[in-house]
Design a protein around this ligand. Structure first.
Ligand SMILES: Cc1cc2nc3c(=O)[nH]c(=O)nc-3n(C[C@H](O)[C@H](O)[C@H](O)COP(=O)(O)O)c2cc1C
Length: 181
C-alpha cells in the first residue's frame, strides 16, 4: 500500500547535487505508488526553536508562527520522513536544522510521532566519507530518540559544483532508496 512520505530538503541550490538526488528519489517513490509532500526548507521561513515550551498552546504546533507550522501537520501525518541536504561546515545546514529543532514542538505537545520510517540523502565536497558523519550521526540519534526506523542512507562524498553528482551513482542510489519503503 502506498505510504505518505514527507521529503524535507536543506539546500538553497535548486540545481544542486542534493536536489538532483531528491528528485530521483521522489520520482522512484511516486512510481511505486507512494504519496510525496516536499518542503524545500531553504526557500521557506523557519526560525530556530526558542525553547519557550508553549507548543500547541496557541492551537498551532509552534507559538512563533512561521512556515514550520505548515510543515508540522505533514510530519504528523507522514509514514516516512526523508531528509536531504549537503554538509555545511561538518554539520547540518541551518535552514533544515531549524526544521529539525522545531520538531521539538511535536514532542512537547505530546504528539505521537513514533513508528515513522526515516531516511537521509546527503552529500559533501570532500572525498572523506567521515565528513558526512556531521549530518548522519545527529539524524540517526534523533531518529532513535523519536523511535523512527532508519531505513536507508545515501551518503555521497566528493561533489562540489552543481552537476558533480552526475559523476557519481548518487541519483541511482537515491532512486533505490525508494525500494526500502
Ligand atoms: C556554507 C557551506 C559550507 C560547506 N561546508 C562543507 C564542509 O564542511 N565539508 C564539505 O565536504 N563540503 C562542504 N561544503 C560543500 C557542499 O557540501 C557541496 O558543495 C555539496 O555538493 C552541496 O550540495 P548542494 O549542491 O545540494 O547544495 C560547503 C558548502 C557551503 C555552501
Amino acid at each position: 500500500m502506498g505510504k505518505k512520505i514527507v521529503v524535507m530538503t536543506g539546500s538553497p541550490r535548486k540545481n544542486g547535487n542534493s536536489f538532483a538526488m531528491t528528485d530521483a528519489f521522489i520520482q522512484a517513490a511516486e512510481a511505486k505508488g507512494h504519496t510525496v509532500k516536499r518542503f524545500d526548507t531553504a526557500m521557506m521561513k523557519v526560525g530556530g526553536c526558542r525553547a519557550c515550551e508553549t507548543c500547541f498552546q496557541t492551537g498551532k504546533p509552534c507559538s512563533f508562527d512561521d512556515d514550520f507550522n505548515t510543515i508540522a501537520p505533514a510530519i504528523l501525518e507522514a509514514d516516512v520522513l526523508v531528509f536531504t541536504m549537503p554538509v555545511y561546515w561538518y554539520s547540518i545546514p541551518a535552514q533544515i536544522k531549524a526544521v529539525i529543532d522545531r520538531i521539538y514542538s511535536l514532542v512537547v505537545g505530546g504528539k505521537d510521532i513514533a513508528g515513522k520510517e526515516c531516511a537521509l540523502i546527503a552529500c559533501c565536497e570532500e572525498e572523506d566519507r567521515t565528513v558526512l558523519d556531521g549530518v548522519r550521526i545527529p539524524l540517526e540519534r534523533t531518529a532513535a530518540l523519536n523511535k523512527w526506523k532508519m531505513i536507508g542512507e545515501v551518503l555521497i562524498p566528493g561533489v562540489l559544483k552543481a552537476g558533480d553528482i552526475d559523476k557519481t551513482d548518487g541519483c541511482r542510489q537515491a532512486a533505490e532508496l525508494a525500494d526500502k519503503i
